[in-house]
Design a protein around this ligand. Structure first.
Ligand code: NAD
Ligand code: MG
Length: 396
């Protein structure tokens, strides 16, 4: 690998993308931005291009590409602007790229993330939906290409840090009894149950500890985020769903734990700032400064834990069942959730209807095996259509 690593940031204008660029900018001697992508907020993407001077930028359509290309040429940059999913896959798998940050939100990130995996890159995985959808296929591609897959999700990054380096021998073989996946419980952890159907998108997006994109913020409020993370952890660490216990820990200081057969429990702690897992994955196995301040245990003062309540968080039950069912079910769960969350953010459904829609879709659509990318995409499409039908049936 060259001494300066060339980085492709997919989803550069988002919360994870911007945190990644913040860490990169602290280490110009180690990292150079090779490509940036954005889907909306293209004025911000242009400003990021002016700051980081990437070789490529990727936008959703040709008109936006012409506009951005004109602006960049006017500013004296030779950045080439590419278009759409094809452009994303091209930069993610480009021979001159060393590291790909997969930080597009949702199913839209699947193909570009897979392109990076298939090209054998160091892949920093924030886009959990891609792995949830295509689990077996995705992990198979990692093994086949020799890609280095490093988790950005703070919980999975914590688990990775608490496991021995040879954990791929199998969790039992390295003495792991359970993985304890922590969750903040989100903004509605203590909201009276009867008020949950009245909560607004603004309330759902006001996460107590983390500042994130809107989709993952709603997922955190419903705890579907933890459900997706449970499925993500099964694939990343070759765990059975029963080996993973979700623990509500409202302070978000412990980012997850690994429980060993001898009674040792290892945890990773830190301030809730995504620049820590990003810096870890960028520099692994070394360590670099992330810009995150040192954890002050005296101001944290206490750490609380409680079991999740499945009546309050039905999405968690649905996701665990999907993890156990396997096949196309996690992809359908994810797709139905994406449609439902978008409808909630547009104020077309109530917060509590997110789980209702997902359960309805999973009850209607039969599970299939998903051995090819086409099968994954077909399952995703079936579930989206089914969720949209729910909306139509209910006049939303
Ligand atoms: P965000 O909404 O802030 O950013 C999403 C990025 O994806 C933006 O750059 C946007 O332009 C791009 N994008 C959106 N739709 C797209 C499409 N159809 N095609 C191409 N690009 C598209 O989201 P985020 O909070 O940065 O989250 C990104 C991913 O990281 C998600 O999968 C999320 O679950 C995961 N993640 C985020 C956090 C966090 O703290 N924000 C933590 C853990 C995991
Ligand atoms: Mg997480």
């Amino acid at each position: 690998m060259s001494s300066v690593q060339r980085i492709c940031v997919l989803g550069a204008t988002g919360s994870i993308g911007l945190s990644t660029l913040d860490v990169i900018a602290r280490h110009p001697e180690r990292y150079r931005v090779f490509a940036l992508s954005g889907y909306s907020r293209l004025a911000e993407l242009e400003a990021l291009c002016l700051q980081h001077r990437p070789r490529f930028a990727v936008v959703p359509d040709a008109g936006q590409a012409r506009h951005l290309q004109g602006g960049l040429i006017g500013a004296g940059l030779d950045t080439r602007v590419l278009v759409g999913e094809q452009g994303l896959c091209e930069v993610a798998g480009h021979p001159d790229v060393d590291v790909v940050m997969a930080a597009i939100v949702g199913a839209a990130g699947l193909k570009p993330t897979l392109a990076a995996v298939e090209a054998g890159k160091r892949v920093l995985l924030a886009n959990k939906e891609a792995l949830v959808m295509s689990g077996a296929l995705f992990m198979h591609a990692v093994k086949a290409s020799g890609a280095v897959l490093l988790p950005i999700d703070s919980e999975h990054n914590a688990i990775f840090q608490c496991l021995p380096t040879d954990y791929s021998r199998g969790l039992a073989a390295v003495g792991v009894r359970r993985i304890l996946l922590t969750a903040s419980g989100g903004p509605f952890r203590q909201t009276p149950l009867e008020q949950l159907e009245q909560v607004s998108p603004e309330q759902a997006c006001a996460h107590p500890n983390w500042s994130m994109g809107r989709k993952i913020s709603v997922d955190s409020a419903s705890m579907m985020n933890k459900g997706l993370e449970l499925i993500e952890a099964c694939w990343l660490f070759d765990a059975r769903p029963a080996q993973i216990e979700v623990v509500i820990h409202p302070q978000s200081v412990i980012h997850s734990l690994v429980d060993y057969v001898d009674g040792s429990v290892l945890a990773q702690l830190g301030n809730p700032d995504m620049r820590t897992p990003i810096a870890h994955a960028l520099s692994w196995p070394e360590r670099i400064d992330s810009g995150v301040s040192a954890l002050d245990l005296f101001s944290v003062a206490r750490l609380d834990f409680q079991a999740p309540d499945e009546q309050r968080f039905p999405c968690l039950r649905l996701a665990r069942a999907a993890a156990e069912a396997g096949g196309s079910v996690p992809a359908m769960l994810n797709a139905a959730n994406e449609v439902a969350v978008a409808a909630f953010l547009e104020r077309r459904i109530r917060f509590t209807e997110i789980a209702v829609i997902i359960e309805d879709v999973l009850n209607r659509e039969s599970a299939t095996a998903v051995e090819t990318l086409d099968a994954v995409l077909a399952a995703d499409q079936r579930a989206r259509t089914s969720a949209l039908e729910w909306l139509r049936r209910h006049g939303r």
